[in-house]
Structures are given as C-alpha cells and as structure tokens.
Design a protein around this ligand. Structure first.
Ligand code: ADP
Length: 456
C-alpha cells in the first residue's frame, strides 16, 4: 500500500511545513470550534449545495440535520488540527485515506478531484463568512484572509501531488498486469511454435513416407514388368512357332499362362496408375470437361460399338482440374458402366452436371466449399446392393465374379484418389439389376465462372 507523506516528494514539500504554519488562523479555528461549529458545518453544507458538489449526490436522501451529524467529526478534526497548528499531519492522513480508498462506495478519483476543485474553495468561503463575527480589526481580518488563502493554495497543491501519485501507481499496476499478459502471450506463442514445428516435422515425415511408397510402387511395378514381358513374349513365340507337336493339355497350359500374364499386366498398369495419381498443383489447368468426355468416348469406342452403348450427356462445365486425372476418372466410371451392363439390355449411360449448394448435399458435413459441381454418371446395368456403396472404393474390392467380369478392383480406388486430389468426394448408389449412379462432387472456387446447363 502506498502512502503519501509531505516530506517525501518534490522540493516544494520541504517548504510545506513553513507554508502550513499559521499565526492567526489557529485562534480563529478555536473560536469556531468553541462557539460556531454548528454554523460552520451548516454553512459548509449550504455552500456545497450551491456548488452542486458531487459527494452530496451520495447523500441525496439525507436531511440537513443528518448531514450535520455525519460531517461533525470530520469538520471538528480539521478545525482541531488547525487550532493546534497541526494541519500538515491532518492533510497527510486525509490524503492517505483517499489513496487507500477507505471510504465505502466512493471512488478515490472522484473524492480527490472534488477535494482539489471545490473542497478548498468551499472552506475559504465558509471561513470568510464567519470571519466578521470573530473580529472587526482590519489588520487581523486581512492577516487571516491571507492565511486562509495560503491554506487553500497549499491544500490544493498537495492534493494535486497526491492525485498524480495515485495515477502513477495505477499506471504501474496496469503496466505490471500488461507485462504479465505479455509474458503469458509469449509462452503461448512459444507453445504454438513448438506445436507447429512438430507438425511440420510430422508433415515432412509423411511426405517422405509418401514419396518412398510411390517410388516403391513405381520400382516394384517396373521391375515386375520386365520378367512379365519376357513370359508373354516367349509364350507367344512358342505358340507362333507351331503348336502341332504339343499335346492338348500343354496347349491349355499355355493359354492359361498367357491369360494370367495379361491379368497381371492389367494389375501392374492399374497399380502404376494408382501410385502415380497424386495431388500435383502444377498440373491443374482450366479444362473443358466436354472435350475430356469426347476423348474418353474415342478410347472406349471398341466397347461402345460392340455393346451399342447409348451415352446421353448434358453440357459439362469448364473446370480448373488436373486434365489427365479427370480423363482417368471418366474412363474408369464409364468403362465400369459398360462392363457391368445387363445381358440382353443395351447399356444406357446418362451424364449430367449441376451446381449444388453445400447444404443441399445429403449427408454432407463440414464441407469446406460453399458450392460444388455435381457430375453424375448413371447406368442401367447390374447395379449392386447399397450396403456395398462405400466398400467398392477400397483397394482390390470387387463385388462381382472374376470369371464373368475382368478387372483388378483398383478402378474405383483410383477414382476416389483423383476426386480427393481435387478436394472433392465421390459417392455411389446402387440397385441390384436396376443400375447404379456415381456422383462426383468437385468444389467451385469463388473466382471461377461456369456455363452449366442445370439438369437436376
Ligand atoms: P473392377 O476392376 O473390379 O471393375 P472397380 O474398383 O472399378 O474394380 O470396381 C469395384 C467393384 O465395384 C467392381 O468389381 C464391381 O463389383 C462394382 N462396380 C463398379 N462399378 C459398377 C457399376 N457401374 N455397376 C455395378 N457394379 C459396379
């Protein structure tokens, strides 16, 4: 707790003792104490009302008599101190009361400000009012007025100093609070930095694992290609060189070798595609999906012609995508629609696109974009049970008989990876012996514009 002492601060205080020593005022104070205390208090209250002193607002319910009782001790103590020429220690204790704010319900700043601005002024007014009843001697009158002025000036000065002291201490405590907050903030920043660093190291660990995995896939697939090609070449050469010397059983073994090796070739190709399907920002480009679709139709034209497939499509948008990955996506999905068609029924594939607000996407939670392009690929094929709609996107997951439907079980896993690379997602709906629909959702960036014919 800080305390105020008249000797402790500026050099003016050393003079205070003299300036606060009075020759005529003590007798006058004694006179008021003995015969006019009641008048003095009542006058002080009246002048306070005239000046609209803020402290009175706290006592607005009090009558004048109650106020006199309330102020009696304070005024008596002040006059006693003046009578005994001990005004210095009186002011000190008064200011220390302000500083420690021992007065209930009062803000020390208010009290201090009031004391500085009006308190001393009121006291002077009250003294002057009572002075004619004390003496008519002009010399004494003038001397007392001088001393009252001196008292007023010095009380004001001292109060200002004490007020500045209080503000300084307040600033100091605010400063130390701020320093503490700053320290806490710095601690939090350090914690965050270390978290960030560990996240970064985890990230780079993950990146290097990913790279290792990709290069493992790549090397493994390439190293597998070589012996496989040799098996295929030599098996074909043996058959080309004449099969007449071989018994039927041996020939059927050769057929099996060739079929197995071409299945393996397919698997290696798909594995390679899967491992090479990475999110590469450099490969993104504005791409017309209609022309991608046309390319896919050309690639698949033998199967399309053979099964007389009908492909119906609405106008597709231009999107900022990785073109060859989107081509792979369309290729896999349309190829599946053709492959998993029903016997005796002409495959009918409908491709549509629409802009969809995120909240309209059923089952979608926490999606980052506000709008998505929805591309749906619907067929009238053999379909599948809805319960497998997620499983089919897993690696090597196949629902249908391998003898009847060729495949590696990687096509949809590749589709999912491609869509993920574009920050989108893919869902499937199936109905056995009825058909399936694959919905691809790709986020729309704010800056992109689309010419999409709404079809849903
Ligand atoms: P696959 O090489 O077996 O076609 P995919 O990953 O492309 O592998 O598909 C996984 C499985 O999902 C398929 O084996 C098939 O059972 C089912 N499937 C995929 N597309 C369709 C479709 N359009 N209609 C019915 N079933 C499908």
């Amino acid at each position: 707790m800080t305390s105020f002492s008249l000797n402790k601060t500026s050099n003016t205080n050393s003079e205070n003792e003299n300036k606060l020593h009075f020759q005529y005022l003590p007798d006058f104070a004694q006179f008021i104490l003995e015969t006019h205390l009641e008048d003095y208090i009542r006058m002080a209250i009246q002048f306070s009302r005239e000046e609209n002193v803020p402290i009175l607002k706290l006592f607005s319910d009090y009558t004048d008599n109650q106020l006199v009782e309330l102020g009696r001790d304070t005024h008596r103590n002040f006059l006693l101190a003046l009578a005994n020429n001990q005004i210095k220690s009186y002011i000190e204790s008064l200011l220390n009361n302000y500083i420690s704010n021992t007065m209930p319900k009062l803000d020390q700043n208010d009290v201090m400000a009031e004391d500085i601005t009006v308190g001393a002024f009121l006291r002077r007014k009250t003294f002057r009012f009572l002075l004619p009843g004390y003496t008519s001697d002009p010399f004494l009158l003038n001397s007392i007025i001088d001393e009252v002025d001196r008292l007023t000036t010095w009380t004001e000065l001292i109060s200002y100093e004490a007020y500045i002291d209080i503000q300084k201490n307040k600033l100091k405590s605010i400063n130390s609070e701020l320093t503490q907050t700053l320290d806490e903030l710095q601690n939090k920043t350090t914690q965050l930095e270390s978290l960030n660093a560990s996240l970064e190291s985890k990230n780079s660990e993950l990146e290097s694992i990913n790279k290792e995995l990709a290069s493992f896939n790549y090397i493994a697939s390439h190293d597998l290609q070589e012996p496989l090609r040799k098996i295929q070449i030599f098996a074909n050469r043996i058959i080309e060189n004449g099969t007449q010397d071989f018994p039927d059983e041996t020939l059927s073994y050769f057929d099996k070798i060739i079929a197995a090796s071409s299945r393996m070739q397919e698997l290696i190709d798909d594995l390679l595609t899967f491992s090479q399907t990475t999110a590469n920002n450099d490969k993104f480009a504005h791409t017309d999906l209609n022309s991608i679709l046309e390319d896919v139709k050309i690639i698949l034209s033998p199967a399309i012609d053979e099964k007389k497939v009908i492909i119906e499509t609405t106008h597709l948008p231009e999107l900022y995508v990785i073109p060859f990955q989107i081509q792979q996506l369309f290729l896999n999905l349309i190829n599946n629609s053709i492959k998993y068609s029903r016997e005796g029924i002409i495959p009918h594939i409908r491709i549509t696109s629409a802009i969809i607000k995120t909240e309209k996407i059923i089952g979608a939670v926490n999606l980052p974009a506000k709008k998505y392009i929805e591309i749906s690929i619907e067929d009238n094929g053999i379909g599948f049970k809805q319960e497998y709609s997620e499983k089919i996107f897993g690696l090597f997951q196949r629902l249908h008989n391998r003898e009847k439907y060729s495949g590696t079980g990687l096509g949809l896993a590749i589709c999912k990876k491609i869509v993920n690379n574009h920050n989108g997602f893919i869902i499937a709906k199936g109905s056995p012996q009825n058909g399936s629909v694959f919905y691809v959702y790709l986020p729309i960036a704010k800056t992109e514009t689309y010419s999409v014919h709404l079809s849903i």
